[in-house]
Design a protein around this ligand. Structure first.
Ligand SMILES: Cc1ncc(COP(=O)(O)O)c(C=O)c1O
Length: 392
């Protein structure tokens, strides 16, 4: 007898961890591989969580999250995107990763498929497989002339069949920084309504954008409260809180009870005192920090842009949001091998493009870097990367 389901037995570490395994924790390696800033969570957030710990907030909470935090999240949506989200639609199951798993568990059964716009962060492939669904990728196309990634709507819709339960779209995207337009979102919502397909809208980088707007176009502003739209969000990125594991799910109002049951059986809620840290992140001080992080990322993006200007084999579609550079390197054909050699020989940590596309050969010419870093450190890491590319 097999001790575990075959699909679980077949799961493999992501392409990113196959690189980080060679240098994680090595102080000589300059890491650009993970999706996080090098900043420690700001003191006022840490203090709020410490205070909650001091106050004995160590017990179970409502599995859907403490009410003040859910109310503050409602206000956050209102303030940033204008979306009017009732508190009943907000559940804090743990981090955004768990919100994704919860949404997939809610909509998929074994044998179903979800259509995913790629390149995309690799955890989504694993999460789909864990719930028994097949991830079907529809790759964005490079439009080098326009300097943008482009989503072909016809290909997106053609990829759907009778077993498609959801479309998964991360906008702004990881690793591309691509953003859906409001018009595209309306078209997708209309299609999904007609076909009875859910939308899992991963908006964890929704406020990390560079066009001066407060929020990227959001499905939550156009969906009705009972549309099958699941919004994924997180404290991890805008407030430098990746290790806290707090994020949230916006779900249809009609599934409130199911969301409560899922929160109970998946994690029985998020860490009690961590939720008070998250509450502080949504204060005016947190808003100021978030704005400063966007500026730090913009500066990092400028550093990468200048560096690319001096390269003859590297180009990118300048990201509209998020904090990644998805770099196309002429002549690169084995991004995993390259990244593994770069850690060991050149002491720089970057992620292989291959990891974001389930092996699409076109993406083996890409590398992902996270530029939410100190500018001097970023420049040093890019110099090392340049050395690694020269050896290709
Ligand atoms: C698009 C996207 N969604 C979700 C997550 C997960 O966020 P969390 O740390 O809250 O689990 C990530 C993390 O890299 C991400 O890039």
């Amino acid at each position: 007898m097999r001790p575990i389901r075959p699909v679980i037995a077949e799961l493999k570490p992501s392409g990113i961890s196959q690189v980080t395994a060679l240098g994680l924790g090595n102080p000589d390696v300059l890491p650009l591989w993970f999706g996080e800033t090098d900043l420690v969570t700001p003191p006022f957030i840490r203090k709020a969580a410490s205070q909650a710990l001091e106050d004995g907030r160590t017990f179970y909470t409502n599995a859907r999250g403490i009410l003040p935090l859910r109310e503050a999240i409602r206000d956050f949506h209102q303030r940033t995107s204008g979306a009017d989200i009732a508190v009943e639609r907000i559940t804090i199951p743990g981090a955004a990763m768990l919100a994704v798993v919860t949404a997939l568990q809610m909509v998929c059964e074994t044998g179903d498929n979800i259509v995913v716009v790629s390149p995309i962060w690799p955890n989504i492939f694993q999460a789909a497989k864990v719930v028994g669904a097949e991830p079907r990728l529809v790759r964005l196309e490079e439009d080098w002339a326009a300097g943008r990634w482009r989503l072909d709507m016809n290909r997106l819709f053609d990829a759907c069949d009778g077993r498609t339960k959801a479309l998964f779209l991360a906008s702004p995207g990881n690793p591309t920084g691509w953003m859906l337009t409001a018009y595209e979102q309306k078209t997708i919502l209309t299609f999904c309504r007609q076909r009875g397909i859910a939308i899992i809208a991963d908006e964890v980088y929704g406020t990390l954008i560079y066009d001066g707007a407060a929020h990227a176009p959001s499905f939550l502003t156009i969906a009705d409260e009972n549309d099958a739209v699941f919004g994924i969000n997180s404290f991890s990125k805008p407030w430098a809180m990746t290790g806290w594991r707090v994020g949230w799910l916006v779900h249809p109002k009609s599934v409130e009870n199911a969301a409560a049951a899922m929160a109970q059986c998946n994690n029985t809620g998020s860490t009690h005192f961590a939720q008070y840290g998250a509450l502080a992140a949504l204060s005016p001080e947190g808003e100021a920090f978030r704005a400063s992080l966007v500026e730090r990322c913009r500066a990092g993006r400028d550093v990468v842009e200048k560096w690319i200007g001096r390269q003859n084999r590297v180009r990118w579609m300048k990201p509209e949001g998020a904090f990644y550079g998805f770099l196309h390197v002429d002549g690169l054909k084995d991004s995993l091998g390259f990244c593994q050699r770069a850690v060991v020989d050149d002491k720089v940590g970057v992620s292989p493009g291959w990891a974001f596309s389930l092996g699409d050969a076109r993406d083996d010419s890409y590398l992902r870097i996270c530029f939410a870093q100190d500018a001097a450190k970023l420049e040093q890491a890019l110099t090392r990367l340049e050395g690694a590319i020269r050896k290709l």
